[in-house]
Each structure stands twice: as C-alpha cells, then as structure tokens.
Ligand binder design. Structure first.
Ligand code: C5P
Length: 321
C-alpha cells in the first residue's frame, strides 16, 4: 500500500517558559500555528515474512543533516505505533521524503514528519486508533508531535502536548527566515535559558488568544513573544540584527519560533514578502556574515528564505494506492 502525506511546519506565535519540572521538561504556554511550508513523505507499507525499514531522501545536501536510520522521528513513530499492536507485525516499510522544512530550525519539521508517519501507519491498519489515541502516542515521541497531528491554531500547555483549539479568522502572511549555517538544539536552548539570568518580557498568552479569536490584527501583532529569543539573540547577535532589518524592510513584526533560530516576520502579503526576500538575498553584508565555504560551494543563498501563510490543518494523507 502506498500512502502519501503532507506535513506542515509550525510556528510558535507566542512561547512562554513557565519553569523546569521534576521530570526534566519545562512547563510552557504557547500558541502554535500551522503554516503552508510543508514536507511530503511517501510510505510504501507491505506485509512481509520479515520486518524491514528503509528511508531515502532525494536531496544529497540534506542527507548529511538528517538521520535516515532508526533514530529518525519517522522510524520512532512507526515503532511506537507497532509497539501498541497486540499481535506482532512483520512489515516491509519504505519511506521517501521530500524535505522542504529547514532542519534544526524550531519549525517542528521532524515532529511533523512523525505525525504524518502515525497517520500513514494507522491508515494501513484501517484507522484502528482514533485521533485522540494518535495524539497520546505522539506525545511519547516528542512534545510537538500532538500539535502536528491536530494542526491549525492551538494553545499548547504542559510540555506543549495539552492542546486547545483557537477559532480565528485571521490569515497571516509570513517570511520564514533561517540562516543556513545556524541550527539550535532544543535541549541546549532550554539549558541556556535555565542558566541565563535574563528575564524576558513575553506578553501574557491570554491577550494573544483574545486577539486571535477577535480577528484583531493590530493586537495580535503586539502580543507575539518568545522566552528563548533574548538568550539566543545574545549568543547570535547577527540574528538580532537580521530581525531588526526585517522590520526596517517593512515587516509588521518579527519573532523567533520555538527554540530558534528561525525568525518569522509577519508581512502584508506575498508581494511585500517577495520584495523583502529580494532585499535580503541581494544584501552583500548578509552574504559576508552568514556565508560559509560549504554554502558558497553548493551555490545556496546563506539565508533560507521562504514565504508561507496560515493554514488550518496539521499533517494529512493526500493520496493512497
Ligand atoms: O519533547 P522533545 O523530545 O521534542 O524534547 C526534546 C528535549 O527538549 C527534551 O528532552 C527536553 O530536554 C527539552 N524540552 C523541555 N521542555 C519542553 C519540551 C522539550 O525541557 N516543554
């Protein structure tokens, strides 16, 4: 059976760290938003005499950045799902991934792929688990996986896995901006936050939720915030400068998503987004600050710059044969 899924990235419109818990995680309050930047993953699943798992990615540049073995979140999701089956399963599973979401970026690309894997394997078993059960299983794989299943606009509490949908009519346009040479590990970002004495001023989430429910653009823009931002900007001042530059170029507001380093700038529409992209990609200073030998050799712009917009769904199956 061949199952194709599309798995959107997420932004944290707001991300507030409340404190460290006894289990090593942090309690957070966040507003998640799914966006139109997405990966496509093709699953070939067949019954077989022995179990096998094989994963391929067409882009050679990404193969170096992304594990394609059992440590990939897709493999973990499938093995968590099969672990819940009463009878043992011998399946031959082939996964082909078309990766568009930047890696190590704070965009939940890996978690979103894991969410897609749960949907695909569940479809193979005739949707044996409900969405609620899949979300519970997703939480055992990663804190962002439940949201990547549910999608849209949601409040996330606990470690991010306790979700509440927000009904909003607000459609936002984003520039998604990631310096290619920077990646941030989430556990390390939490450690840096705990060890810093910075006290970031993140607006109360309730105000953002109200603004979104009322479709109030101005108030929404004023309520964005991220507890990680000060500590990550301190470690990478060039990211702070990039964020200010995006505002100078006309973006309505700009914040970091999750543990970063990706920035999202909210803009009036695609036309303005294209204009800002042209400025950034032609800026020689940026090439100087962010260029690396590898990036120049591969002829890639040093900033990975994407345009995206709000979407109201999470990972989903798009075709089946
Ligand atoms: O849940 P996930 O596996 O994505 O988290 C990766 C790591 O990030 C955790 O092991 C933990 O160190 C940190 N984390 C945290 N608090 C959260 C989410 C993640 O401390 N709410």
């Amino acid at each position: 059976m061949q199952i194709r899924v599309k798995t959107p990235a997420k932004l944290n419109l707001s991300f507030k760290i409340l404190g460290l818990r006894d289990d090593g995680y942090h309690d957070v309050e966040t507003v998640f938003q799914s966006i139109s930047l997405e990966d496509e993953v093709l699953f070939n699943i067949e019954k077989s005499s022995g179990a096998s798992f094989e994963m391929t990615c067409d882009n050679p540049a990404l193969r170096k950045l992304m594990p394609l073995d059992q440590s990939n979140l897709i493999a973990k999701a499938i093995s968590a799902y099969l672990g819940k089956m009463k009878e043992s399963q011998n399946l031959q599973i082939k996964v082909q991934i078309d990766k568009r979401i930047p890696i190590g970026a704070g965009l939940a690309g890996g978690s979103s792929n894991a969410a897609g894997a749960l949907l695909a394997i569940n479809r193979f078993f005739n949707d044996r688990l409900s969405e609620k059960e899949l979300i519970e299983l997703g939480a055992s794989i990663g804190s962002d996986v439940p949201f990547c299943i549910k999608g849209g606009t949601c409040i996330g509490r606990g470690r991010g896995e306790i979700l509440e949908r927000i009904d909003t009519s607000l459609l936002l346009n984003y520039c998604i901006v990631k310096p290619r040479k920077l990646s941030v590990s989430t556990p390390l970002a939490f450690k840096m936050f705990d060890e810093s004495n910075l006290k970031p001023d993140v607006p109360a989430m309730e105000n953002l939720v109200e603004a979104l429910k009322n479709g109030d653009l101005e108030s929404t823009l004023a309520q964005l915030g991220n507890s990680f931002q000060d500590v990550i900007f301190k470690a990478h001042p060039e990211l702070d400068a990039l964020s200010k530059q995006l505002i100078e170029l006309g973006a309505w507001n700009c914040k970091m998503t999750g543990s970063g380093p990706t920035l999202f700038a909210i803009v009036a529409g695609r036309e303005q987004g294209h204009r800002i992209r042209r400025h950034i990609l032609n800026d020689e200073d940026i090439g100087f600050v962010y260029g690396t030998e590898e990036i120049i050799l591969e002829a890639l712009p040093p900033i990975d710059f994407r345009l995206a917009e709000t979407v109201n769904h999470g990972a989903r199956i798009v075709s089946m044969e």
